[in-house]
Design a protein around this ligand. Structure first.
Ligand SMILES: Nc1ncnc2c1ncn2[C@@H]1O[C@H](COP(=O)(O)OP(=O)(O)O)[C@@H](O)[C@H]1O
Ligand SMILES: N[C@@H](CC(=O)OP(=O)(O)O)C(=O)O
Length: 448
């Protein structure tokens, strides 16, 4: 049994729906289908989910959202008509608006993108529509309530030939709750776990995971096989092809995931397997990912090791503002907080002043607009000189490195550069990997 998730790009229009059906028809094991809201592909330049967020913003601000609702209807109706599905979209939308009038909920509204798209797909495949609000339950803490979800899954009339909308479930108070952006990957991973699937197929618009973001490196190599550990690091650092929270449900029960391309289904894509699986190849660097807009605060204090409570105080300040510290590199007399966007709650000046008051440092340095680039591989430990080689290569290309750190598990080498240098640094690092860490003539911008 396979659980198959189709991303928004795979269900963007009637033509994409036809590709999905061909894929389902080709393998009888594809019985549980998770669907995102119609996304971007071809002429469709906006995700349905983004239109729904605009409607939510408009409704909350008291603006006229009629034209946006009409856009939603027109987009889905085009699929309905082209494929002769006879899904009562006008009636469904009417019910949705009735619900919103009685009790407005942003999560409910935005989740209707997957709800309606999945209705269309169920009709097209001849599968049963199963509402995720009756299947995936969250507990009070916002995590999946596994026992309740398992019970709901067991009670399904049929666990074969079903279509489930992704991206949402039901919270402990009985209301629809959205997952983070890209959350249909998470729904699919949970369905795979519930069904004890042999494989979780995640269908998108790229032929597997590339070693680097294809929007920066057009012809980046695909990764054939990688481990969940590596994937987790890379998704955390911005590999947007797979939602980071989708890793754990499948990793824990040893279900492999394959990332596949709906537009080129014959290409094997990327297989993600258990961390200790010997099938993991010996590639030194599996991938490069990154995020921009970090704030780096370095606190210097003589004999820090004897005053570790200083770090606690700094973290207390950051936590009080609900900020996320992704990394915390430490030295003998200093530590750095690598703080991620968004930081709307507090200004940099206020934050710095509060940390100074809490830590009484000898010195503090604050750097804004830092981009972090992670080179991820389980094999870094076996090639200790790589950090030096990459840094030399960056230096040859006149890139100013603001920070270097290697995580303790040796899976992740982290390099910080200015936001403006991000794309170039990714290209340089990618190119250095391709040169097998030799130091050839400096890389020239524009020749990736
Ligand atoms: N390392 C990477 N490998 C493959 N795709 C990546 C990578 N990093 C970013 N992406 C982007 O992720 C996109 C697929 O994710 P997403 O837009 O969520 O698709 P879908 O709508 O199918 O879920 C690709 O089109 C690609 O631009
Ligand atoms: N539609 C939601 C959820 C999702 O998973 O979408 P996609 O599979 O297109 O990334 C979003 O845009 O965030």
């Amino acid at each position: 049994m396979k659980v198959v998730k189709f991303g928004g790009s795979s269900v963007a229009d009637a033509g994409q729906f036809q590709k999905v059906k061909a894929i389902i028809d080709q393998d009888v094991n594809r019985q549980i289908v998770v669907i995102s809201a119609a996304g971007k592909y071809g002429n469709a330049t906006r995700k349905l989910t983004d239109t729904l967020y605009l409607i939510a913003d408009g409704m909350e601000a008291g603006r006229d959202v009629e034209p946006l609702f009409n856009q939603v209807l027109a987009r889905l109706e085009a699929i309905n008509i082209a494929l002769q599905l006879n899904v009562p979209l006008i009636k469904l939308l009417h019910t949705i608006r009735h619900h919103l009038a009685i009790r407005y909920s942003r999560d409910y509204l935005v989740s209707r993108g997957e709800f309606l798209t999945a209705h269309l797909m169920a009709a097209y495949l001849g599968y049963t529509f199963v509402d995720a609000a009756n299947l995936l339950f969250f507990n009070k803490a916002g995590a999946i309530d596994e026992a309740k979800t398992q019970t709901a899954y067991q009670q399904l009339a049929s666990q074969h030939g079903i279509v489930v909308p992704g991206f949402y479930g039901r919270d402990a108070d009985g209301h629809v709750k959205l997952m983070p952006r890209g959350g249909s990957d998470i729904s699919g991973a949970w369905l795979a776990r519930l069904a004890h699937a042999d494989l979780y197929e995640n269908w998108t618009d790229v032929s597997g995971i590339k070693m680097a973001d294809p929007r920066i490196i057009k012809d980046a190599d695909s990764i054939d096989v990688m481990s969940y550990d590596e994937l987790r690091e890379l998704t955390y650092m911005g590999f947007s092809v797979f939602q980071e929270e989708a890793v754990q449900p499948v990793r824990e029960c040893g279900i492999p995931t394959r990332i596949l391309n709906t537009n080129a289904p014959e290409v094997p894509g990327t297989l993600i397997i258990h961390d200790d699986d010997p099938a993991n190849d010996l590639k030194t660097i599996t991938g490069i990912a990154g995020r921009k807009h970090y704030l780096v605060i370095t606190v210097r204090k003589y004999q820090l090791a004897l005053h570790l409570e200083v770090i606690q105080h700094a973290l207390g300040v950051v936590a009080a503002h609900h900020l996320v510290v992704d990394y915390l590199p430490t030295g003998i007399d200093s530590f750095s907080l690598l703080i991620r966007e968004p930081r709307r709650q507090v200004s940099v000046q206020e934050l710095t002043a509060e940390i100074a008051a809490a830590c009484q440092p000898d010195k503090m340095e604050v750097t804004e607009n830092v981009a972090l680039i992670a080179m991820v591989s389980r094999k870094l430990r076996q090639r200790p000189a790589i950090a030096g080689k990459v840094l030399a290569y960056l230096d040859d290309n006149l890139l100013n490195v603001q920070l270097v750190s290697q995580t303790n598990d040796d899976i992740n080498l982290l390099i910080g550069v200015h936001d403006l240098d991000y794309d170039k640094a990714v290209r340089v690092i990618y190119s250095s990997i391709h040169q097998n860490f030799q130091r050839p003539a400096p890389y020239i911008e524009g020749i990736a």
